[in-house]
Design a protein around this ligand. Structure first.
Ligand code: HEM
Ligand SMILES: N[C@@H](CC(=O)c1ccccc1NC=O)C(=O)O
Length: 290
């Protein structure tokens, strides 16, 4: 029972002294507080609408939370990949589960953003000029780590070596799927040398022998349990990625219709093409052949 003024027994009554709010630390003039630790002043200062439009606050907040989730996803993917490279699967599975949960939060953000009507958006759309999610370094990093790579997409970051450098490094390093295939090979499954030694900066192309290797795993999961779990986790990641893309597309279409994107692409047409991307082709094909 709370001891607030609304309590029929009077203030404080029924609340043991040791549970009272008065016990809490309340002087932070000389120690690190919640806001200090989380740098909330900096976080607040990042919220800077450039118009008086009510919905610009929503737009900025959704992008900020999305960027925070994306940077967590990048961190977890990179940590998982470093361990996979050393042949470890248990901790990466936990990290990929966290990626999957964070993706669900990213996708849920569309439900809030969808409350913004086209008229609401047009009140401030012209204010941000050529800015676009197309220029999100965190998003591009997630795509590169998952294997969806295209050097053209580095362009928007060329003027910022601190953002461009890590993206370029990711472009030339194996993707999470390349690492999974190396693990299959290390466990004695037949993955062709051309696949293992491929130019990782190019998009991955499906290979029949890789499909056979995954079939071996899927036909005897008990024997290859961690590889089986890894494969299903990657399918979860791609499944969630597709859901995010689809929700983005639908939100864009209902908000700006078929206008060109502020980032310079055709808009809906460009986003619709991205729906055809397949990150881990054999993990989808394996279902047909089991
Ligand atoms: C009303 C809301 C939104 C509209 C109208 C919109 C519109 C667009 C359009 C038209 C594009 C294509 C690129 C261009 O020419 O600009 C795009 C790309 C993109 N948007 Fe959004 N967007 C919205 C919200 C968001 C949100 C909340 C995020 C979250 C971070 C986001 C992230 C992205 C990303 C990452 C791309 C690049 C996709 C790719 O290259 O495959 N967008 N957006
Ligand atoms: N591409 C969007 C603009 C846009 O969405 C945007 C603009 C500034 C900051 C973040 C954005 N989000 C995602 O693309 C448009 O064409 O309206």
């Amino acid at each position: 029972m709370s001891g607030g003024s609304g309590c029929p027994f009077g203030p404080g009554e029924g609340v043991p002294a040791e549970h009272s709010a008065e016990q809490a630390h309340r002087d932070f003039s000389r120690s690190l507080s919640y806001g200090d630790y989380l740098h909330l002043d900096e976080l607040r200062s990042a919220h800077q609408p450039v118009t008086e439009a009510h919905d610009e606050h929503l737009f900025i907040a959704i992008h900020h939370v999305s960027e925070v989730w994306l940077s967590l996803i990048v961190r977890e993917l990179q940590a998982a990949m470093a361990l996979l490279e050393g042949g470890i699967t248990d901790a990466p599975l936990k990290m990929l589960t966290r990626v999957v949960r964070a993706q669900e939060q990213l996708t849920a953000a569309w439900d809030v953003l969808r409350t913004m009507t086209p008229a609401d958006y047009l009140q401030f759309r012209s204010a941000f000029g050529q800015a676009s999610g197309f220029q999100s370094q965190n998003y591009r990093m997630v795509e590169f780590l998952l294997g969806n790579r295209n050097p053209t997409l580095l362009g928007p970051h060329a003027h910022r070596p601190d953002l461009h450098g890590p993206l370029l490094a990711a472009l030339h390093a194996p993707s999470v799927y390349d690492l999974a295939l190396r693990l299959l090979a290390a466990r004695g499954l037949n993955v062709p040398a051309e696949v293992l030694g491929r130019d990782v900066s190019r998009p991955y192309v499906a290979d029949p022998a890789v499909l056979d290797a995954w079939l071996t795993v899927y036909r005897d999961p008990e024997r290859h349990w961690d590889l089986y779990e890894l494969a299903e986790k990657l399918v979860d990641v791609e499944d969630n990625f597709r859901r995010w893309r689809f929700n983005h597309l639908t939100t864009v279409e209902r908000t700006i219709g078929f206008r060109r994107g502020s980032g310079g692409t055709s808009g809906v047409g460009y986003l619709r093409e991205a729906l055809d991307t397949v990150l881990f082709p054999e993990l989808w094909d394996v279902r047909t052949h089991l």
